[in-house]
Design a protein around this ligand. Structure first.
Ligand code: 6R9
Length: 651
């Protein structure tokens, strides 16, 4: 029985079950629990054969592969010997098979401007831009940073790189010049693609200006291509800078896709780990492409006629796999929106859903919490009856927010897919299959076919039902990362050293008696702020680079909208604590990393609590930041008086 009035908001005790709506299941790709069980079991019995068949059927091959998997732990090669092209699979395939007239992108700019591109239009624009890059000498294997607003050109730039075999590295357009330079240098980028500016809540963010500052410190970058989005005045370095529109005007609309080795790098995407330096997660061509396509089809149950909207920015993995590579490979019609959800008012998303008759909607819990706060009126003034499926990603969704999404947005008739995955996994690993799996609010439910999760203890032994432990994956899968750009050791160490033979995800999880998975947060010092991964050490490094800061510790604390907020504890060299300094430090972190890492709270203290061996006691700081009266184990604390002092310094 479904209990709509359960009071529980604690995922440890959540037991409500929401079966898939019958009308949804009837038409679904995977229509029953039995069908899912059979498919999953068949894949689990022989994962290599399972992926071999899909690999042959689902991708276009210039040359067929000769071996499905070459596994030398921790190095996987999928579809060895084959040649394919991710851009071809996303675009040409549809045009060549008679689907060129289908809408690929429905785009809405923040000021309200709109564009629609068919798959044929997309092909032409991708080819022109690919030729434009070639004319600058950019080709196979070159790295290209992309720092752009959510415009069709962002997707076009990614696809054009894939087409010519260049490796893209998309940098979210909120990152600072420092962060861009760090990524350019780590990847050895040859070019940067950007725009004059981006619209954000009616203001123009000067992207080109930020890139100019980064390029002073990016010696490998030879070219900067600039999209004229906002018509802002920009500085220009002749020879280095090129207008997008001028390049494509002269470029030919024909550009055959480059046959790429299955394992040729497709992109690098930087994400935070538990050290100060961001990791360049490397994904390759065929396996990633296949996994993005199949997971998209399974999880969103996509079919012709759907209007699919994933609200993620292409600066994150969700934008790579579920704005670009997954949906385009599946021939979907994708909505892309450039701006903020509350511009010009808090109903912007629902206005878009109504006007474009969106059927599949995928967003993040942090957005859902904002919608709840803004109030139901903004939702109720719109007709959302086109929706047939809702999804979430980026962090756990608490059952209360889940219920609001289910009732207020889904009108109790849309399955909710709570999708667990990571930059490293390439695609969704666990999620309810919407036609087959009854959902539980707060649970990401079950693994996708071909995915074998195992929860283990610190000795690597599998734990029992309802016992928390480390989430690992027991068998390689095509979408898995292939390494960290330029850092083999770190790849081995982070993901493969603690639990031999299994991929260590970095999350805690438990599996309940029905076989449902519940994600219980990170095992490392990675924060999840509004669904974005931040490294505590990265924030600390930024703080200590300020001349007045002696030492800093960053921790997460619960936050109503962001999920986690950044709280930092700072000891100063000579300066006296002041509100001005507090503000200056916030701005400093913003400059060093970007607005998303700006601390919410800064507390000044004479000393940080440390163990006798000198480790900062983060757990204790976490409790203090969260305002908890009782703090956990302090027996190893070196100087107990510090705690009293830290508590006194409430803001
Ligand atoms: C896709 C993405 C990955 C980390 C991951 C986990 C958290 C993501 C989640 C979730 C609970 C979900 N996470 N989805 N936690 N339920 N449905 O977000 O990639 O930015 O690399 O973050 O996000 O902690 O390990 P990424």
């Amino acid at each position: 029985m479904v209990d709509h009035h359960g009071q529980i908001d604690n995922v440890m005790h959540e037991s409500r079950l929401f079966p898939p709506p019958a009308e949804f299941s009837q038409q679904a790709r995977i229509p029953t629990r039995e069908a899912y069980d059979q498919l999953w079991q068949r894949a689990a019995d022989d994962p290599v054969k399972f992926w071999e068949e899909l690999g042959r059927e689902e991708l276009h091959w210039f040359e067929p592969f000769t071996k499905t998997l070459e596994w030398n732990e921790p190095y996987a090669e999928w579809f060895v010997g084959g040649k394919t092209n991710a851009c071809y699979n996303c675009v040409d395939k549809h045009v060549n098979e008679g689907r060129g007239g289908r809408t690929a992108i429905i785009w809405e700019g923040e000021p309200g401007d709109q564009r629609t591109l068919t798959y044929s239009d997309l092909l032409e624009q991708v080819c022109r831009f690919a030729n434009a890059m070639k004319s600058l000498g950019i080709g196979k294997g070159d790295r290209v940073s992309i720092y752009m607003p959510m415009t069709p050109e962002l997707a076009i730039a990614m696809l054009a790189c894939a087409r010519i075999g260049a490796v893209h590295s998309v940098i979210f357009a909120g990152f600072s010049a420092e962060a861009i330079a760090e990524r350019n240098n780590d990847a050895g980028a040859k070019a940067v693609i950007t725009a004059d500016a981006a619209w954000r809540r009616g203001k123009a963010l000067p992207l080109k200006h930020t890139v100019d500052q980064a390029l002073v410190k990016s010696p490998t970058v030879e070219h900067c291509i600039v999209l004229d989005r906002v018509n802002e005045a920009v500085e220009w370095k002749h020879g280095r800078d090129h207008w997008w529109h001028e390049l494509v005007r002269e470029a030919s609309p024909e550009c055959p896709a480059e046959p790429m080795d299955s394992e040729a790098p497709l992109f690098i995407l930087y994400t935070s780990g538990s050290t100060g330096k961001p990791k360049g997660i490397k994904h390759t061509t065929a396996g990633y492409n296949l996994y993005a396509k199949k997971s998209f089809e399974w999880v969103f149950d996509h079919r012709e006629g759907d209007v699919y909207w994933c609200t993620a920015d292409c600066g994150w993995i969700t934008g790579h796999s579920y704005v670009v590579y997954g949906p385009f490979s599946a021939g979907a019609t994708c909505l892309m929106y450039e701006g903020a959800p509350n511009h010009p008012s808090e109903d912007r998303f629902w206005d878009i859903v109504e006007r474009h008759k969106v059927t599949l909607f995928y967003t993040a819990p942090t957005a859902i919490r904002a919608f709840i706060k803004w109030g139901n009126d903004h939702v109720q003034m719109h007709d959302l009856s086109s929706l047939r499926l809702l999804g979430t990603v980026g962090e756990g969704i608490n059952p209360q927010a889940w219920m609001w999404y289910h009732e207020m947005i889904g009108d109790e008739k849309c399955p909710i897919v709570d999708t667990w995955w990571q930059t490293e996994t390439g695609g969704i690993m666990m999620s309810p299959l919407p036609g087959a799996i009854a959902t539980k609010p707060g649970s990401c439910c079950v693994p996708l076919p071909g995915i074998l999760p195992v929860i283990v203890d610190e000795d690597g032994d599998e734990v029992g039902v309802d016992k928390g432990g480390w989430l690992t994956i027991a068998h390689p899968w095509p979408g898995m990362l292939r390494g960290i750009w330029g850092d083999e050791d770190r790849y081995q160490e982070v993901y493969w050293s603690k639990v031999p033979g299994k991929y260590l995800a970095g999350d805690n999880a438990r599996r309940d008696g029905d076989g449902y998975y519940w994600i219980m947060g990170r095992i490392d010092d990675v924060l999840n702020v509004s669904g974005h991964r931040l490294s505590t050490i990265e924030i600390e490094s930024a703080l200590v680079s300020h001349p007045e800061v002696a030492e800093a510790a960053a921790v997460g604390r619960p936050h109503e909208l962001k999920g986690e907020a950044v709280a930092v504890f700072v000891t100063l060299k000579n300066a006296k604590p002041s509100d001005e300094l507090r503000e200056a430090l916030k701005q400093h972190v913003r400059k060093e990393i970007g607005a998303l890492a700006q601390p919410d709270d800064i507390r000044f203290t004479n000393a940080l609590p440390k163990t006798r061996s000198g480790k900062i006691m983060r757990r204790l700081l976490k409790d203090i930041a969260a305002g908890k009266e009782m703090v956990g184990d302090t027996t190893t604390l070196e100087d107990y008086s510090i705690i009293a002092h830290l508590r006194d310094d409430e803001e």
